[in-house]
Write a protein that binds this ligand. Structure first.
Ligand code: XMP
Length: 524
């Protein structure tokens, strides 16, 4: 269903890791947009979407390859402004009669452009003659322009870093305005949508809520929906949103995997059953998960096993939800964009597979339930904004993210009940200290990891031989990149002392100072 009350911008995706950031920047400036894979944009669909402008996003291919992806020709004849970014610029240039070259002078990361001419997009942001920072990621570059284009800016590696055909309102940039490392990128995109395309910028999170509720009602009809609660913000917001749309057609299922943090199950059950009055099945499947994971060390296999078991339990619970001829037809999930982007390869959408996050990667092909994923396009902080919009308790909204596979991916190597118990105790102490120090809200995610390594220690004159506990705390805005949190040494010392004194089985504590990239937030 297309939303008709707002101006639309269409973003065609050629497989870049950062395409969603374009959508995010547009949403931040109040513009409704949709991302479609380039090969799913047929003429009829584009016309009925009625975009006020089209953005051609980046991608990993080279336009010089045979069968390289191209934009539908209609994009250039529809009479609306077009903004090509990186690969999008290159395919636009090639399709309109210019040339692209593969050169030695590849540019990755920070670069600078010299502004040579004025344009509607740079207006009020970059002055002619200025030298401005951008973020580049390209091998090929534009070598000659199609008729009607002029150069707006150049960089050392890209003579046509920014080009414009003012008459047709076609623009192209070699750099990525959507990433924060292009400091004025959001303003450039805003100039495109607001000034060039004429979008009014009246789209808000309240609109998102209303539109998603309409969408959910249209998709579901009078069918029943089940929603898995994980205890985290994503599934909780999903459940409350869906409950608002369809009321008691929704039943929540809380699968207790036995891999949750201490006290978490009780909190979830209390909030949903007692506070929201949402029908809830609390299924204790901890023994099943533990025996399914026996002997498994590989993180990807762990995720697949957990994902598979999850779905099995869901199928069984959905049978309980069914009455007579009306079984549950839909499964709602709190999948977010970072889960999607890191799980799907280019053939099906954007980006290389890094980790198969279980809520997208583990679904079997023969699953009987259809998926509803109303937050598939959102980043974490946007989900929190939606939760606030829905009036959810602040304490729940501010909760650190917790991964679907739970403590299983915080115990590298084989998982045992004993290790889970040890990790829970350490994690509780760590988070208690973080809250006491008033640091919880400054941190994106903090957790303990139990390493499959034993080291020698000495306690009360006796030799110990116990596990190492690693502490992780990161700052982030979207989970895509992250930096370690710079705790004071005194704080770390206090946590370490408490963990070693209070948790039997741990005799050494280390702090992880890896950022993402090159690390990931979780250890597995
Ligand atoms: P990574 O470790 O990939 O984590 O840097 C990014 C964010 O995703 C969470 N995460 C997961 N969430 N299933 C989930 O639902 C998973 O398999 C999974 N793996 C990582 C992680 O906690 C962080 O917030």
């Amino acid at each position: 269903m297309t939303n008709t009350q707002h101006d639309h911008i269409l973003i065609l995706d050629f497989g870049s890791q950062v395409t969603q950031l374009i959508a995010r920047r547009l949403r931040e400036s109040g513009v409704y947009c949709e991302i479609w894979p380039y090969n799913q944009a047929d003429d009829k669909r584009i016309k009925s979407f009625n975009p006020k402008g089209i953005i051609l996003a980046g991608g990993p291919c080279s336009v010089l390859e045979e069968d390289a992806p191209t934009a539908p020709d209609l994009v250039f004849t529809l009479g609306v402004p077009v903004f090509g970014i990186c690969y999008g610029q290159q395919t636009m240039v090639k399709q309109l009669g210019g040339h692209v070259k593969a050169e030695q002078s590849r540019e990755f990361g920070r670069a600078f452009v010299d502004i040579l001419n004025h344009s509607e997009i740079t207006s009020g942001v970059w002055d002619k003659g200025a030298h401005e920072q951008v973020w580049m990621s390209h091998g090929d570059h534009v070598a000659s322009l199609p008729e009607g284009f002029e150069v707006i800016a150049k960089s050392d590696g890209a003579p046509y870093a920014f080009i414009a055909d003012t008459a047709r309102h076609f623009y192209g940039v070699q750099f990525h305005p959507e990433v924060v490392h292009t400091p004025h990128g959001a303003e450039l995109l805003r100039n495109f949508t607001h000034n060039v395309c004429g979008c009014s910028g009246d789209w808000t999170m309240a609109s998102f809520r209303t539109e998603q509720i309409e969408k959910i009602r249209a998709q579901v009809g009078d069918a029943k929906v089940i929603c898995g609660l994980s205890g985290g913000v994503d599934s909780s917001v999903t459940a409350v949103l869906i409950h608002e749309a369809i009321g008691d057609q929704l039943t929540c299922i809380y699968v207790d995997t036995g891999l949750m943090r201490a006290g978490e199950s009780e909190q979830v059950v209390d909030l949903f059953r007692n506070h929201y009055n949402i029908p809830l099945i609390h299924e204790d499947a901890s023994k099943r998960f533990l025996s399914g994971l026996e002997g498994i060390s590989d993180p990807e296999i762990k995720r697949k096993v957990i994902g598979g078991l999850f779905i099995d339990v869901f199928d069984e619970c959905s049978a309980k939800v069914s009455t007579g001829a009306k079984p549950a037809k839909f499964l709602a999930q709190g999948t977010l964009y970072p889960d999607v982007i890191e799980s799907v390869s280019f053939k099906g959408g954007p980006s290389e597979t890094i980790k198969s996050h279980h809520n997208v990667g583990g679904l079997p092909d023969d699953m009987e339930l259809e998926l509803i994923e109303p937050m598939r396009e959102l980043f974490k902080d946007e989900v929190r904004a939606l939760g606030r919009e829905l009036g959810m308790p602040e304490e729940f909204i501010r909760r650190h993210p917790f991964p679907g596979p739970g403590l299983a991916i915080r115990i590298p190597g084989e998982i045992t009940q004993d290790k889970i118990n040890i990790l829970r105790k350490a994690d509780t102490i760590y988070l208690e200290e973080i809250r006491t120090a008033g640091l919880y809200d400054k941190i994106w995610q903090a957790f303990a990891v139990l390493l499959p390594v034993k080291t020698v220690g000495v306690m009360g004159d006796a030799r110990t031989y116990d596990y190492v506990c690693a502490l992780r705390a990161v700052t982030s805005t979207d989970g895509m990149t992250a930096d370690y949190y710079p705790f004071e040494h005194k704080f770390l010392g206090r946590v370490s002392t408490r963990i070693i004194n209070e948790v039997h089985g741990i005799n050494r504590v280390v702090y992880d100072i890896t950022s993402k990239p090159p690390g990931t937030i979780e250890w597995e």
